[in-house]
Design a binder for this molecule. Structure first.
Ligand code: PMP
Length: 381
């Protein structure tokens, strides 16, 4: 039995490169995984308590399609620290994770054949999302020499001046790179000159370690051409509660909501109660987690340095992206997993220009990180 035939645009999309690796790791016992893309912390208790309380009160109905008004208002206040001003009534959409918001945007904005430039290395969902929406993805490689920061030169070299849209993610998954205000200003200039719409995934905006986050939407001329994504999965350690949001011009948010209201109705209700509490009273918990990530980040970077492994100073998210000691990072990752039971993801899973690197997540406790680094050192010896 082969079953009904699957649509061509779905068949065209290759399975995630990370999956295969995790399947290998899952078959083994006692693996220390530095491959994960989610916090090892639990969501702040006060947020969880509100979720429980909402269930006790029987708040189990749908919410407004766009999300609870109190949550949209709390989001509008939260993003003010990045000089972002959005109207909770028609410029904010609450979704089932940033993932849903990203998917809705491509479905709302991409016409068949539209070209969407995607900065690489990058989170694995963007290109498949573009393909599902019938668009053509144009990879824009960034360079290890530039510490994986996006430059106008890289955009021009990739032909992004002819694209309709540009997907950015800073702080970046998988590299941990962030961009300074000046670096972003140069990209903003390119974007305005070539009239691109920007998809700015800022889900790690609260997890920066050397300077606070700058949003590309805060530059002159950018607000009306940018959609910003954020959510509760990373800074609030709420991955399983599936809640995110998009900020953007009302016509785009309205178009996304038109799809959302038919396909999702509303984001899950219980997490929305948790999220309001998270935004209003959990700054301290976020700061505690951020401090711990920073400690681990410094630890991992210094261990790599001691081992003679080249690694630029990643300043955001919870990843570092060292150069692989072997030319073939996939072979290295598999050999390390087999010999020492430490899982790291080969950088090529995030785009060709990531080849020769490894993504190492430090969303793992210090004691496991220490053991993993000791095992890595033994493996290299
Ligand atoms: N964007 C990036 C860059 C991510 O790393 C992730 C999660 N790994 C997401 C989006 C998806 O987040 P969510 O859980 O909110 O759907």
């Amino acid at each position: 039995m082969t079953g009904p035939s699957v649509a061509e645009r779905v068949r065209e999309v290759p399975p995630s490169g990370i999956r295969r690796f995790f399947e290998l790791a899952e078959e083994m016992d006692d693996v220390i995984s530095l491959g994960v893309g989610e916090p090892d912390f639990t969501a702040p208790w006060r947020a969880r308590e509100k979720a429980i309380e909402s269930l006790e009160l029987g708040q189990t109905s749908y919410t407004a399609n766009r999300g609870m008004k109190a949550l949209r208002e709390a989001i509008a206040s939260h993003v003010e620290k990045w000089d972002l001003t959005y109207d909770p009534d028609d410029e904010i959409l609450v979704t089932a994770g940033a993932s849903e918001a990203l998917d809705l945007t491509f479905r709302a904005l991409v016409d068949p054949g539209d070209v969407v430039a995607v900065v690489q290395p990058s989170y694995v969902s963007y290109i498949p999302d573009v393909m599902f929406a019938g668009g053509t993805a144009l990879p824009v490689p960034t360079r290890a020499e530039d510490d994986f920061v996006l430059t106008p030169e890289a955009l021009a070299d990739a032909g992004a001046d002819r694209a309709d849209m540009l997907v950015l993610c800073y702080p970046n998954n998988p590299t941990g790179a962030t961009m300074t205000r000046d670096e972003l200003a140069r990209v903003a200039e390119f974007v305005c000159e070539h009239d691109l719409t920007v998809i700015s995934d800022e889900i790690y905006a609260d997890l920066t370690y050397t300077r606070s986050h700058t949003s590309i939407a805060s530059f002159d001329g950018m607000r009306d051409r940018t959609i910003v994504y954020n959510g509760f999965s990373k800074a609030y350690a709420m991955t399983g509660l599936r809640l995110g949001y998009a900020l953007g011009p009302s016509n785009v948010i309205g178009a996304m909501n038109r799809i959302h209201q038919y396909t999702m109705l509303s984001a899950p209700t219980t997490p929305q109660y948790a999220a309001i509490e998270a935004l209003e009273s959990c700054d301290e918990s976020v700061e505690e987690m951020r401090t711990q990530y920073d400690r681990r980040r410094k630890f991992v970077l210094s261990r790599f340095e001691d081992m003679g492994i080249d690694c630029f100073e990643a300043t955001g998210a919870f990843y570092v992206f060292p150069e692989c000691p072997w030319e073939d990072a996939s072979a290295f990752a598999e050999a390390l997993l087999e010999a020492e039971k430490v899982a790291m993801v080969p950088g090529s899973a995030f785009g060709e220009c990531g080849a020769g690197h490894l993504r190492v997540s430090y969303a793992t406790g210090l004691s496991d990180l220490r053991t993993a680094m000791d095992r890595l050192e033994r493996f290299l010896d």
